[in-house]
Design a protein around this ligand. Sequence first.
Ligand code: 4AD
Ligand code: MG
Length: 433
Amino acid sequence: MSELKHVYISEISGYEGQDVILKGWLYGKRSSGKLHFLQVRDGTGIIQAVIFKGDVPEEVFEMADKISQESSIEVYGIVKEDKRSALGFEIGVKDIKVIGESHDYPITPKEHGVAFLMENRHLWLRSPRQLAIMKIRNEIVNSVRNYFNNNGFLLVDAPIFTPAACEGTTNLFEVKYFDENAYLTQSGQLYMEAAAMAFGKVYCFGPTFRAEKSKTRRHLTEFWMVEPEMAYFDLEMDMNLAEDFVEYVVQQVVKNRRQELEILERDISKLENIKKPFPRISYDEAIKILKESGKEIEWGEDFGGDEETVISEKFDRPVMIHRYPAECKAFYMKQDPESAKHALCVDMIAPEGFGEIIGGGQREDDFDVLLGKIKEHNLPEEAFDWYLDLRRYGSVPHAGFGLGIERTVGWICGLHHVRETIPFPRLMDRIRP
Ligand code: 4AD
Ligand code: MG
């Protein structure tokens, strides 16, 4: 078999009528008399391999009947058109070789509970549904990078070990750093502000960490965030960029991953509708909507998942809520010159109840106001001295935002819970496998 060409299932249409080798795993099998139908997967797709008793030596036909789920196999055969299958092709088998046996594979075609599947996440990833999600995640990550790389941004990597908090001190992961304590980064933003003063338009993209002590369907303790930061941008320009960017990412997925969206039974028309302009409402207007919907909320409180869901249901595309009360937002937010109680910030809430996907805004660029905020928030001044330098040496208006990749994958894929949006989710009660 070895002189034959190894072909991936995704490339099979280019080999009609030719003999090839597939290298993969047995996904499923059924037999009827003189025929075995093997479903073979190789990570790029699933194909049906048909073994006809008359085409192969007796021992190969018998051996094929005994191959069990998830055994790794090499399949040698001819590529044939098969209009009835989703793929459009099947393999007429001439020989099969078992590479590694698999017995009593725990994930069978019957329904399993989520807890069991999460315990077996390392195996669960082999399912077609998980493949579809990971392909969409990959498409989203690619589109994010393409967008910024094609729009004049410089990728600047932010550190993971940090000496101080960015997003408040309540959910920091503390780690020993030789003789000091350090924290896993909550956000690369502060470093991107330094980079924006050096390079203009920048972004970072990496893992971020939050010791979220609540179990919700939207919170991971480790998640990926992309964070653009732009010198000489105000809140308005920041929102324009955010909607242009999100439209691009969604439309790239619609264009390039339709098949995967269909596997997930996503309503694609809802995604096709994601075109700018996105609605923009102020926090004060959002409070009005919430009160009218019977929510008990007072001015000054931040929105949680419930409030986000109520607001998102009023719109058919992402909604940008701007100018929250300064008191419920981070220390670095620029104070609204029209109203000191408000901050020039924005959250983007995905439609259909998928929650906040973006947080960002204009940054405080005034030295004295920022120093006041650091004190007000009881943050250690010495840890932020370098950050204050950015206001000492040529401070300019600047803005940026952070988009959570997993929330975005959840929304685009239509997944109720973020646990399936990342290969190996880290949640408050889960650090294995
Ligand atoms: O709103 P957040 O906390 O904003 C920041 O961290 C800013 N420093 C970003 C910036 O302006 N450069 O987080 C941004 C986004 C949220 O909108 C959400 O999508 C995601 O990160 N996110 C989470 N995703 C999953 N699990 C969590 N625990 C998350 N916390 C935030
Ligand atoms: Mg936020």
